[in-house]
Design a protein around this ligand. Sequence first.
Ligand code: FAD
Length: 570
Amino acid sequence: MTTRQTKFDKLRANPKVSILVIGGGINGIGTFRDLALQGVDVLLIEKGDYCSGSSAASTRQAHGGLRYLEHGEFRLVRESLLERNRLLTNAPHAVELLKTTIPIYKRFSGILNAPLKFIGLLQKPSERGYLVVKLGMMMYDWFTRNNRVTPTHKMLGREQALAEHAQLNPDIIGAATYYDCLMPQAERIAVELVLDAEAAFDEARALNYCSVISATGDSVQIKDELSGEVFSVQPKLVINAGGAWIDFVNRSMQHPTRFIGGTKGSHIVVDNPELLKTLNGSALYFENKDGRLGIIEPFRDKVIIGATDIRADDPDSVVCTDEEIDYFMQFWAQVLPGITVERSQIVFTFCGVRPLPASDVEFVGLVSRDHSLRVVEPDANVRFPIYSLIGGKWTTFRAFAEQVTDKALAFLGKSRRTATEDIAIGGGKDYPRTDSARDLWLKQVQSSNGITAERLQTLFERYGTRAQAIAQFIMAEPDVPLRHQPTYSQREIIFLTANESVIHLDDLILRRSLIGMLGLIDGDVLQQLAKIVGGVLGWSAAQTQAEIDRTTDILQTKHGVPAARLKVTT
Ligand SMILES: Cc1cc2nc3c(=O)[nH]c(=O)nc-3n(C[C@H](O)[C@H](O)[C@H](O)COP(=O)(O)OP(=O)(O)OC[C@H]3O[C@@H](n4cnc5c(N)ncnc54)[C@H](O)[C@@H]3O)c2cc1C
């Protein structure tokens, strides 16, 4: 792996790059990977950690977007479903089937939503009844009829629905079930894409913790957020994948645009075994009293609840507020009246801004979720074109990246070498797809390095086939489980830190692992992780303490982790 220092040295020696991608969210990373695979010299710059913006705030679903059917966004739904299927195939270690249940309360309600939206008279959709849901389900299935990797939908009668989810509101007249996918470790997919891209082509380089600060003539000025040093690069083309920051980035490059009209969305993660049990392995997707859609989904041994949809201008300052938590807390009366969730059961909150296109629509749920590319042509001040990537869901990143890459290749006068539809991601490479193939794979890896079956199984579930390299690394020297989180081990953390561009302690806790999101962090774990990560990155005692303080602050202010939980006890 090329070190950060080597990347800087190379850029200083030769600041010319064909393409500069600004923003290491999923859309910037997807485009970076595609360009790398085409043999284009490309630099990706991310001001924070990879996948730390909107891409870390999603509901984690690879989904078709059932509700976009009502908006007539058939192209988007079809593309999303195909991409969902591809993600499941290309990243089977990080994407799993998610059964979803929609409780239904009315028979005919909502049939006018789509026609009213079509003629521009829909202010706010009315409740979707049985007929509308059934129609949506049929279209969902129809779009993937030639590429089916998920089971088709089922309409359930009231008794059957209540048998599957005993606590569902008894006022229902029935329910529908269908399948989408969950990406529990979405941030890991993003980091693996960066690693894949850098491995694919030497001249594809990515740097986290570097910000674009200005542009003049044929140069873009970039600040290394660690050292404060400013350096210049000279791109032929800039791709602004700044998500909700796109207009800020364009402004810093002397182009005042108004492409984005973002909406903030929050989620909470709760530890409530009764709720998890009543979900019975299925997410619940439902309409709240105010017409907004809510989701309650199983997430390992916890439950994710979301999401709000509120206009927001400053993506740096958004957090999940008390009002949003109050809003989630009244979901239960509507959908699971027998369930009680206490605020003390919230182990983590997260929030981000959807990079939606600027729009004056009053009900933000009606703003298009489709993606588009806007081009700012070169002028006297800035002599390269800028492509801004507007919208772009997690699910559709590959397709969007392909469209952007094709346009960029045409600009450079190059042609596509490789399609990305079937390229496996990270630990999805050579993934054993049947039970017997998996057993054989596990046995072979185990016999090659002597790791225990149980430990290898855990690593395989976390990292897919990359578990082989990690197991080999772990077994090369004595290892110990983390004192307070024994499913993770010291050498596993060392491997992630050394090989996955970890810069700060929170990168590891929030984005290379699920330690933060699953509420597995406390003061003792934090201390131990800081020592291990600091050992790899050469931190002094003062730096280690500064990293603990930084992570503590982020966990408290951005993720609602109570101060008491972060106290050291041993
Ligand atoms: C609440 C919520 C729920 C969602 N649920 C889903 C879902 O279930 N499924 C789905 O498919 N999609 C979902 N989405 C949508 C999806 O998450 C986003 O559309 C997608 O992640 C956007 O990715 P992006 O790369 O365009 O933006 P981002 O991930 O925000 O990336 C932009 C990056 O640019 C960086 N940046 C900004 N300024 C600079 C600068 N000056 N220099 C360098 N870097 C800079 C930022 O730090 C940021 O990391 C959801 C979104 C939200 C908010």
